[in-house]
Ligand binder design. Structure first.
Ligand code: ADP
Ligand code: ZN
Length: 435
């Protein structure tokens, strides 16, 4: 039996959700027009006024916000209320080099924490659970987002933040943590460390993990589930929309339900801006329907995914988004071929390697070089010397089949690739140095 944090809204009939969205969008566009001169100007340039927005379908008339707008408007240009009404700021981790500062009123924090509470309950959380939050606390949204939701559900919350893996494990074992919240790459690292300390997966009390903030593959999910002896749930969000909890997985583990009463999602063709029909892959665009301080309309995420309205066995009626396969910024163009790091992760785990890898790109005589460094496990390492070349060749050929382009593979000794405590750095692109 599924449990919900706010059943009346999480399982609301479709018509009810549309009714809520219709009502909220009219109010929100008016709020933005009145309070955010930056966006009002974009609307005026497009010849749209709040009178043109009568239902959620009219959202198509509104202009998009891009990362460039967010940069231009830094820091206060998209603020929707007086600073004196705000109680907090958060900032992006700057993964793609562009920092965004987001503002929150108490109302905004409250609705955000409702979203993460929904995610925790969907992962099986109750007031009997011990939730270990090892997303970073601070400007990053991960720590405080899950922390707030955990309080709302009434779980015993361990505000560990990231890092100090030995202490994480000591608290996990001593206090009997049942739900782990962190990035998937850190979860894999914790799993690896537990095994090294001699613990078996059944020795910990964990039952679930809520992992997000970076792309991860199904293969990575299975690897983490096995190492930790848990069920691993995906959670998605971005600083612009609040933080994690915009969408989250239920027990089906087949796409993340978007909290549609707060966030309206569209998929567009990233080149033309045209809205694509359900089921087509494109760039995800979010409109915050009721945030006060940072009320972004039609914000382009650059994340590429697919939406599905197929009914879900969990009883939730909110639309599901597929795992983003990485942002359009993450896509590498190597000798003219499009490559996503997630494809490489899939091959490595399928071929029995660790998820510890790094991609290095460079340019030699106007040609891209493409190297993948892959760590072998300790047992693979023992017979490595005689085998190394054979294993490298075989992995190169598996990668060539997946990517359509062959990298040079370098198998490296255990523990040589730096572990991540937050968002993993998978790509080192030195080509830019030559431009
Ligand atoms: P930054 O852009 O600095 O990483 P954020 O911390 O706001 O800033 O991160 C938001 C981004 O993280 C999203 O746009 C998305 O690319 C990525 N992300 C978050 N959750 C997930 C997830 N579950 N799967 C894949 N990518 C995710
Ligand atoms: Zn579901």
């Amino acid at each position: 039996m599924s449990r919900y944090y706010q059943p009346e809204i999480e399982t609301a009939p479709r018509e009810k959700i549309i009714e809520i969205q219709n009502e909220k969008i009219v109010r929100q566009v008016r709020h933005v027009w009145d309070n955010v001169p930056y966006y009002r100007r974009l609307m005026e340039e497009k010849g749209v006024t709040p009178d043109d927005i009568k239902t959620i379908d009219d959202i198509k008339k509104l202009p998009f916000l891009s990362k460039a707008d967010l940069r231009d408007a830094y820091p206060y240009g998209l603020l929707g209320t007086d600073l004196k009404n705000c109680v907090r700021i958060h900032s992006t981790s700057g993964t793609t080099g562009k920092r965004v500062v987001a503002f929150y009123t108490q109302h905004d924090i409250d609705l955000w924490e409702d979203c993460t509470a929904r995610a925790i309950v969907a992962a099986g959380g109750t007031e009997d659970d011990v939730v270990q939050v090892c997303y970073g606390y601070g400007l990053f949204t991960g720590g405080s987002g899950l922390h707030g939701g955990s309080h709302k559900v009434g779980c015993l919350t361990l505000p560990m933040s990231s890092g100090n893996t030995e202490r994480q494990i000591q608290f996990m074992m001593d206090l009997g943590s049942t739900i782990l919240c962190c990035t998937p790459s850190y979860a894999a690292y914790i799993g690896e460390s537990l095994a090294e300390m001699g613990y078996r997966p059944e020795d910990n009390k964990l039952k679930a993990g809520i992992f997000g903030a970076e792309p991860w593959t199904e293969e990575m999910r299975r690897d983490i589930e096995k190492k930790l002896g848990i069920k691993a749930y995906d959670i998605y969000g971005l600083t612009e929309t609040s933080g994690p909890g915009v969408s989250y997985e239920c027990e089906e583990q087949a796409g993340m339900h978007i909290n549609e009463d707060h966030f309206y999602a569209e998929i567009i063709d990233p080149d033309t801006g045209e809205v694509l029909p359900e089921g087509e892959k494109g760039e995800l665009v979010f409109t915050s329907l009721d945030k006060e301080a940072f009320p972004l309309l039609r914000d382009r995420t650059r994340d590429i995914c697919v939406l599905s309205r197929r009914p879900c066995s969990c009883g939730r009626t909110h639309v599901r988004m597929s795992k983003p396969m990485g942002r359009s910024d993450d896509m590498l163009i190597i000798r003219g071929v499009n490559v996503f790091p997630s494809q490489i992760e899939t091959v490595l785990l399928n071929e029995g390697y660790t998820p510890n890898y790094q991609i290095v790109l460079d340019r030699e005589r106007n040609n891209d070089t493409f190297d993948v460094y892959v760590e072998v496990s300790a047992d693979q390492f023992s017979d490595l010397m005689s085998q190394i070349q054979k294993m490298e060749k075989s992995l190169e050929s598996a990668l060539r089949t997946m990517l359509g382009i062959g990298p040079k593979v370098h198998l490296v000794a255990p523990k040589t690739i730096t572990r991540s405590e937050g968002k993993a750095v998978r790509v080192i692109d030195k080509r830019k140095l030559h431009d």
